[in-house]
Write a new protein. Structure first.
Length: 231
């Protein structure tokens, strides 16, 4: 399915759980995490612009490896929250897009297959959220961590990124007044509750590099993929 697609990559987080390190700039298999995260989108011919939101002090002088990566990549100054960074990225995208994807800079293992599947759904008129079915039993707790309910995991999915929507739907979600949220689908649900959003199974390997041990896991996945593709 043809269309013009823009991508926003919020990468302005402080990396508190990584000891203050910028997760997107950490090295993974010889390249920055951010490069791995961007590559599947740059392989998509329908993607016409990728806006990467960096901390303001870094955006003013971005690294050469990022600016030289692809002519479609632009750098913008992000905000103090994820939502603020997404808004900044949206403002840097062309106005004539058919769909817009948002992808975490710290998810370096997303595949081209998942990216294309999410884009296809958005170009067909509905939202798409990469994720995977919950495999652990989920407990709802109170402020004292006392269990108050066990969730039915058969209907629970863990949301990841990319999250892709028809361009007008995502832009409206981010121009409407709302509380902060941890993902883009939540903004769409609050502002346009009738919009259909479908999950795309990206598996558990589409992990988010959050803690130091996640880099070890990501390296292992990359090695496994490389071995599987070797003749």
């Amino acid at each position: 399915m043809q269309g013009r697609v823009g991508v926003v990559v919020p990468a302005a987080g402080a990396g508190a759980r990584m000891g203050g390190a910028r997760k997107a700039f950490l090295e993974l298999a010889g390249e920055p995490v951010l490069v791995h995260a961007l590559r599947p989108f740059l392989a998509e011919s329908r993607v016409v612009r990728v806006a990467v939101a960096l901390p303001p002090e870094t955006a003013s002088s971005p690294p050469d490896w990022l600016t030289a990566l692809d002519d479609r990549v632009v750098v913008v100054a992000g905000g103090a929250t994820r939502s603020q960074s997404v808004r900044a990225g949206l403002a840097a995208l062309p106005s004539d897009l058919d769909a817009i994807a948002v992808h975490d800079a710290a998810r370096p293992l997303v595949t081209t297959t998942v990216v294309s599947a999410c884009i296809d759904l958005a170009l067909d008129g509905c939202g798409a959220v990469a994720g995977c079915p919950a495999v652990d039993t989920l407990k709802r707790v109170n402020a004292e961590r006392r269990v108050v309910e066990t969730q039915d995991r058969s209907v629970i999915w863990q949301a990841q990124t990319p999250q892709v929507f028809p361009a007008g739907i995502l832009r409206r979600a981010y121009t409407s007044p709302f509380a902060e949220a941890t993902d883009d689908a939540a903004h769409v649900e609050r502002t346009q509750p009738g919009i259909a959003v479908k999950m795309v199974d990206a598996g558990t390997a589409n992990l988010k590099v959050t803690r130091p041990e996640d880099l070890v896991l990501a390296e292992a996945v990359l090695r496994s993929r490389a071995a599987a593709s070797s003749p």
